[in-house]
Ligand binder design. Structure first.
Ligand SMILES: Cc1cc2nc3c(=O)[nH]c(=O)nc-3n(C[C@H](O)[C@H](O)[C@H](O)COP(=O)(O)OP(=O)(O)OC[C@H]3O[C@@H](n4cnc5c(N)ncnc54)[C@H](O)[C@@H]3O)c2cc1C
Length: 406
């Protein structure tokens, strides 16, 4: 595809942008021309994170044919425990336990390292004929029935739809004049990988400590991914510690149940916040993934929400195209926005409330949340609902997330 006219230009090759590109090419049987630009196209190796991929997202990966490339490295979450305690408590009372299956043999989530997952999506996008450009999308202008964007090499692409999948600091969103609601938490999530002596048996743990949640998420082998919330200043201090001192701090929170620990990956602190775009659409523009919303990782849902956006937008575009409707038409974009915006607000409010309820040292709030968790633990129907919610299988689920092709 030479510089010139295409159907859809996607800015950003993270999980949301790549999944959308693949779904559009497959759903249109190759009829829609799709270009995807990202200046950090090969960033996969630099991300220390692993993500909880909910069952619905796994079904999307299966449907678009990416799952076989990542299945071997995917660790099913077989059960989950939630505790609530102070740092100096010798015992951590367990308030909530979940069995990890939504159906026999189908875990509600898998833990997968971000690097291999992005690499598999890139390979599939290439195979499907997505025009991949290692460039940034810059200024764009709306023209009759098109939007024309300049790329960082000076080239120009004119598309009927421009998708902003360019992450939390989306320049496309900013240029489109779309404001964001929300706030930064004075918190950062420290992410690292550790190796341990004993097997985790697929168990995920979430410990609600006074500074915020401390999650131990199982990876393949005797390894776990840590997402450790602290105040921004404390997180910066901890990340800069020499290995031995960092490990000592980590051991204090991790406990001794998995035996000796060793650092098995780089560490990095990610600032945390809650931001939702005032609108998910503008003239011939759609926002997906973190460009549309950033939530606290307390429930491990940010990436899963981005995949839900990608699936809903792909379905809206493909259904419209089958009826002969322009891929950037207002009716297509409004259907996408109606589908995703309310859902996103609900998830944003839920994760914000959870974070506020748990990231503190108040004895009264501790009592309230522990009674609440204890009650949920005794109600199988409610637990079942939470598991289906965490699996991404509630509400108006887009086809790809149900495992159906477009
Ligand atoms: C500590 C932590 C733990 C998390 N754990 C989980 C989890 O367990 N489960 C989960 O579901 N979510 C999790 N998340 C959230 C998840 O990581 C993000 O929601 C997800 O990575 C966002 O994907 P994205 O594709 O929308 O954006 P990004 O991954 O941010 O990708 C945006 C891309 O756009 C590119 N770009 C930027 N500007 C331009 C431009 N001008 N032109 C073209 N390209 C551009 C960038 O190079 C980048 O590659 C976590 C987040 C944090 C911080």
């Amino acid at each position: 595809m030479a510089d010139g006219k295409i159907d859809i230009l996607i800015a950003g090759g993270g999980f949301a942008g790549l999944s959308l590109a693949i779904a559009l090419r497959q759903g249109s049987g190759g009829a829609l021309s799709v270009a995807l630009a990202d200046p950090a196209m090969d960033r996969a190796s630099g991300d220390p994170r692993a993500s909880a991929i909910a069952a619905a997202a796994r079904r999307l990966f299966e449907t678009v044919g990416v799952w076989p490339a990542i299945a071997e490295g995917a660790q099913p979450i077989l059960d989950m425990v939630v505790t609530d305690s102070r740092l100096d408590h010798a015992m951590r009372p367990t308030f909530l336990t979940f069995d990890g299956e939504i159906a026999p043999g189908e875990p509600f989530a898998h833990m997968i390292e971000n690097g291999p997952m992005i690499a598999a999506l890139l390979d599939k996008a290439r195979e499907e004929g997505v025009d991949l450009r290692p460039l940034a999308v810059g200024q764009f202008v709306n023209e009759p029935a098109r939007v024309t964007a300049r790329l960082s090499d000076g080239g120009v692409l004119s598309a009927r739809l421009l998708v902003a999948a360019d992450g939390a600091r989306s320049v496309i969103r900013e240029q489109a004049g779309i404001a964001i609601h929300g706030w930064d938490y004075d918190q950062a999530g420290i992410v690292t990988t550790i190796a341990h002596e004993r097997d985790h048996n697929g168990r995920a743990e979430e410990h609600f400590l006074p500074a915020g949640p401390f999650a131990i998420l199982p990876l393949k082998g005797k390894r776990s991914s840590i997402v450790w919330t602290e105040s921004k200043a404390e997180a910066a201090r901890l990340v800069a510690l020499p290995d031995a001192e960092f490990l000592a701090e980590l051991e204090q929170r991790f406990g001794l149940h998995l035996g000796d620990l060793a650092i098995a990956g780089p560490r990095r602190a990610f600032p945390l916040g809650l931001h939702v775009a005032r609108s998910f659409i503008a003239e011939r523009i759609a926002l997906i993934g973190d460009a549309a919303h950033v939530i606290h990782p307390i429930a491990g849902q940010g990436l899963n929400m981005g995949l839900r956006d990608a699936a809903a937008l792909a379905e809206s575009v493909i259904d419209g195209a089958r009826l002969g409707i322009d891929v950037g038409a207002v009716s297509v974009l409004e259907r996408y926005q109606r589908w995703r915006r309310f859902d996103t607000m609900a998830m944003g409010v839920a994760t914000d409330s959870l974070n506020r309820l748990f990231s503190n040292n108040s004895d009264v709030l501790r009592l309230v949340r522990d009674v609440g968790l204890g009650l949920v633990d005794r109600m199988p129907n409610l637990k079942d609902f939470f598991i289906r919610e965490a699996a991404g299988l509630t509400g108006d689920v887009p086809k790809l997330l149900k495992g159906e092709a477009l």
